[in-house]
Design a protein around this ligand. Sequence first.
Ligand SMILES: [Zn+2]
Length: 167
Amino acid sequence: MPDQTADAESAQGAQPRMNVESFNLDHRVVKAPYIRIADRKVLPGGDVLTKFDVRFTQPNVDHLESETVHSLEHLLAEHMREHTGDVIDVSPMGCRTGFYALLSGDHTPAQFAPVLEATLRDLLAATEVPAANEVQCGWGAHHTLEGAQTAARAFLDRRDEWEDVGV
Ligand SMILES: [Zn+2]
């Protein structure tokens, strides 16, 4: 059976295939903001996991400040669980341009978008960053509700572009 992946890559002149899905994504051609399935895994028992790439800012052009990322992480992690029971993890990308959301079950971007939208609307209405203290967090002083809400508002303002990844 021919290796279609290798054929496609040689046709594009791409890098050798790497283990991490996002390392095989050309970050120059994506169009943030967007949501994209980064991984879909079928477990041995047949259950499915879906991992979303939730990109807030354009890679290599813009990024979120560290306090903003941290507060968004807390707010997304807490509020998204009010809209779905499928959340396993919401974690920031090291490049600070977005987050990964890992969910149990099969989810399309079109199904996940309303969950994310409702989460971000909660975030805009929040009066504090949850668990932003030395008991519940590893850097309780490193937060900005205003920064998180500004980033959330900018992301929500372009809601109609979320499913257009550009690739
Ligand atoms: Zn924290």
